[in-house]
Design a protein around this ligand. Structure first.
Ligand code: BG6
Length: 282
């Protein structure tokens, strides 16, 4: 593990394990790259991403916490919560066989206690880099009241061509289409030919992203996560985002490991919850 300066002068941990390499910005504990040794990148980053304070990176694995998307009552609160904008501490880096394990910690600060979610908490994020990538977010209630939160590991996966990509594993699961409203379950894998923004609740199954243009399959296996989000902005939304290249929508898909909406987590004082996900490539 090398600690250095990444884009925009932001601190970054570069990980070189025998079986894989990765890069994690301390701002947001944001994984911005991972590839198994000799393989093509699995995690997508936008060439238009900003690397300045107050703006989240575009791509990688944003940690959405303690709310998802816009805050329900506070319009000034940042989209997807404060965790992806905060500086996390790297508290541990060690070898585990052929893998390298890093631990990042975020606790409440004066600023977060003044936010729309004013609670005392500890978040521990364990990143295991190797031939697979494992991410585990453990949140502990350090407050003296019960607290509730949403969370998402908003992973941008790299595909060669979204028009030849499908996401399987969600067949039979009803979803809310964020663009048109509730929708019944589909029997087919998700395919992409327009903006796609779906929330699957009570969805715990593994998903597989099949990228026919390269023949690559990325499997996403999760635990402690009851919701899944699938997102691709397509043409108009890509064009409307300043930090997203107009043509870049063809090269990515977000398959997000979440606990959101009716699946939000509630913790009594002292209690912890762990949500984890593993990415493997075939
Ligand atoms: C997805 C949401 O999870 O995140 C989309 O479902 C949203 O609606 C996308 O556009 C990106 O959000 P942001 O805040 O990173 O631009």
């Amino acid at each position: 593990v090398e600690l250095g300066m990444g884009q925009g002068g932001l601190a970054v941990a570069r990980v070189f394990a025998p079986t894989g390499t990765a890069e994690i910005y301390l701002r947001g504990a944001h994984v911005s790259a991972w590839a198994p040794t000799g393989g093509r990148s699995v995690i997508w980053m936008s060439a238009k991403s900003e690397y300045v304070s107050g703006v989240p990176l575009r791509g990688g694995v944003p940690i959405c916490f303690p709310w998802f998307a816009a805050h329900p009552t506070d319009a000034t609160a940042p989209s997807h919560g404060f965790a992806r904008l905060a500086d996390w501490r790297l508290t541990e880096a060690r070898e585990a066989g052929d893998d390298v394990v890093l631990v990042f910690v975020l606790t409440d600060t004066e600023a977060t206690r003044a936010s729309a979610w004013p609670h005392r908490f500890e978040a521990r994020y364990t990143v295991t880099v190797g031939a697979q990538l494992s991410l585990s977010l453990q949140v502990t209630n350090r407050d003296n009241v019960q607290l509730s939160f949403e969370q998402a590991l908003h992973t941008y996966l790299d595909v060669a061509d979204i028009r030849q990509t499908e996401v399987s594993g969600l067949e039979g699961a009803p979803f809310t289409d964020r663009l048109t409203g509730a929708r019944p379950a589909e029997s087919e894998p998700v395919r992409f030919g327009a903006e796609t923004d779906r929330i699957y609740l009570n969805s715990t199954a593994a998903t597989t992203v099949t990228d026919a243009a390269t023949g690559r399959e990325i499997t996403v296996t999760k635990q402690g996560s009851a919701s899944t989000v699938v997102w691709n902005p397509w043409i108009d939304k890509a064009a409307a985002m300043a930090d997203f290249g107009d043509a870049e929508y063809t090269g990515m898909v977000c398959v997000e490991t979440c606990n959101i909406r009716d699946n939000a987590i509630t913790l009594t004082p002292g209690a912890s919850h762990e949500m984890s996900v593993r990415y493997s490539v075939a």
